[in-house]
Structures are given as C-alpha cells and as structure tokens.
Design a protein around this ligand. Structure first.
Ligand code: PPE
Length: 307
C-alpha cells in the first residue's frame, strides 16, 4: 500500500520535514529487526481529530519495548503528547499513525543493549487496509502453511519489527494463491490470528476469539470489539478454534487498527455462512465505525482528542 507523504515527522523530540526524516544504513534495527512499533488511527469527530485508544497503544508499545529490553528514552506520557502533536501539525482530520522505537547507529553485532534508542512518529492518510470491497462484502482467507510464532521463539505479546517476517511470508503465500489474506495456526494447531489482524468466529450464536496463548497479539481492536459485542448483548469468549470450526461457523470476521472490522467471506474456499457478511458482524462493524468517531457516548473515553 503506497504511502502518501505529509509535512512533518516527529524524531527524537523534534518535528522534522518529511523528506529529512532519514537514518543511516548501519542502523541496528535495519540489520537485526530488533525494534517495536504501533499502528494507530485518528478519526474525525465533532470536536476535531481524535486518536482511538492512544494511551492503550502507547502502553502496548512500552510493554513491547520492555519484553525486548529496549529502554525508551521518553516517558509514555511524552509519546502520547508527541503523537497528538504530530497529528495536529500535519493538519489531518484522519490518518494512520506509526510510532516506532528502534536501535540506532553506532553498534553492530547481536548484543542490542549498548545501542542508542531512537523514536519516530509518522502519520499519513491510509484507506481500508484490506480494500473497500473487503469491508463491504468480505475477504477470502487461506490457512497458511506458515505457523504463528512459538511463544518461546518469539514473544507474541510484543509488536516487534522483525517478527513481521512471519506475517509477510504468510501474506505472500496467500496473495500468490489468489486469496486476500492468511490465517495462521499456532504450533499446537489452533487458530491464532491473521497476518495483521485478530480473528473472531460466531459458532452457535456465540462469539469466540483465540486466547493469547494461541499466539495472537493482544489486539486493541479485538478488545474494543469484545466490549461492543457484549454491550450489544452477545456472548463473547476466548476459546481455542480449530481449522474445521472456520469451515462450519455461521460468521467470521477479523479486527485490527488498519483493517478495522472486516467480514470473512470464505476460508480455504469453504464459504462462511451464505457468503455474505452476517448480522452479528454487521452490527459490530457499524458500532465500531461509530465508536471510533466519538459518536457513541459510552465509548467516549476511547476517543483521545489531539487539541
Ligand atoms: N495481530 C497482528 C499480528 C497485528 O499486526 C495487529 C495489528 C493485530 C493483530 C490487531 O491489533 P490492533 O491493531 O491492536 O487491533 N496490525 C497493525 C499493522 C498493520 C501493518 O500493516 O503494519 C495495524 O492494524 O495497525
């Protein structure tokens, strides 16, 4: 998905011009993939642009850094403020936000501890991650032949840059085979998540999503959708999902900041339900759409205005 340049990028405490936001080719993270990042969205609200669950995303960023023993040279509150500033100065009423903490220039070799730590925050306008057609009519999924990380090989709770090779391999495989997106199974064989989204199924009227122990990232959209679905009166539980459950469930959908809420039309060519987005998926999708725009009173706290 192409990037649309904006004006300013926040780098280590300063706003620099988009074209000047450059780093050295011997930047440590470029070589070993030891960095952490977030994907966040800002939406237009009645009171101007607001970042959806910004504090929760920055908390996850710092937890990711803690897991990798990366010492972020800023406080979480400073990164929250810096994110708001970056959205504000770029004058966008909606955008995708990419904070990244990376190991900079000055050290080579596998010991990351002596490396300088840098932080950047970029924002740009970004449309529907899996396409408008997918949001409207559902996406075609393929179970990947690549497994999700074993938790003792790569910690799924961390949103680490290098960890995404796994997702990219699965994405390539799915796209080359003519599908829209991949579903990865855990080393134990349970459904884990998609390349950049969590997954939900509706089985016998109940909504089920895989537990963290199945190797999924602890999704903030997943958490929002669980709250929304329960408030709508549905039963939601964390539970192990088998590949065959995906083939026979009534509805399925995926969730993520970039993707938002997207219906699943089929899995490995088995049509989900009647192949059209189901009623539960639609209701959750609609309420999420309204919540992120500050249109639902009970979810007002999720919406953090940039000022
Ligand atoms: N699982 C993975 C592996 C993942 O990358 C994401 C976010 C999620 C689940 C959903 O998490 P959350 O956004 O908190 O609901 N994926 C981000 C990266 C997309 C990208 O291309 O980069 C995102 O949605 O921003």
């Amino acid at each position: 998905m192409p990037i649309t340049p904006t004006e300013k990028i926040w780098m280590d405490g300063e706003l620099v011009d988009w074209e000047s936001a450059r780093i050295h080719v011997l930047t440590h993270t470029l070589h070993y993939g030891c960095g952490v990042f977030e994907g966040i969205r800002a939406y237009p609200t009645e009171a101007g642009p607001a970042v959806f669950r910004l504090t929760d995303h920055i908390t996850r960023l710092f937890n990711s850094a803690k897991i990798f023993m990366i010492d972020v040279p800023f406080g979480a509150d400073e990164i929250v403020e810096a994110t708001k500033t970056t959205v504000r100065v770029n004058g966008l009423d909606q955008c995708y936000i990419r904070p990244i903490v990376y190991l900079g220039y000055g050290e080579m070799g596998l010991n990351p501890l002596p490396c300088p730590v840098n932080v950047a925050i970029a924002v740009w306008p970004w449309g529907a991650y899996l396409g408008d057609e997918g949001v409207a009519n559902g996406v075609r999924m393929k179970i990947s032949s690549w497994q999700r990380h074993d938790p003792n090989a790569m910690p799924p709770a961390a949103k680490g840059t290098g960890m995404y090779i796994n997702s990219s391999m699965a994405k390539i495989e799915a796209l080359k085979a003519g599908y829209d997106e991949a579903i990865l199974l855990s080393p134990q064989g349970y459904v884990s998540e998609c390349t950049g989204e969590n997954l939900f199924v509706v089985r016998r009227g109940r909504i089920v999503t895989p537990p963290l122990a199945a190797g999924a990232l602890e999704g903030i959209t997943q958490d929002s959708v669980i709250t929304i679905a329960r408030d709508l009166g549905y039963e939601v539980e964390f539970g192990n999902i088998l590949r065959s459950d995906l083939y026979t469930c009534e509805e399925a959908f995926l969730t993520g900041t970039a993707a938002e809420v997207v219906p699943i039309a089929s899995v490995d060519d088995r049509v989900v339900g009647d192949g059209r987005p189901g009623p539960i998926t639609r209701r959750v999708q609609e309420l999420y759409h309204a919540a992120v725009r500050g249109q639902v009173d009970r979810y007002k706290d999720w919406v953090e205005h940039v000022g």
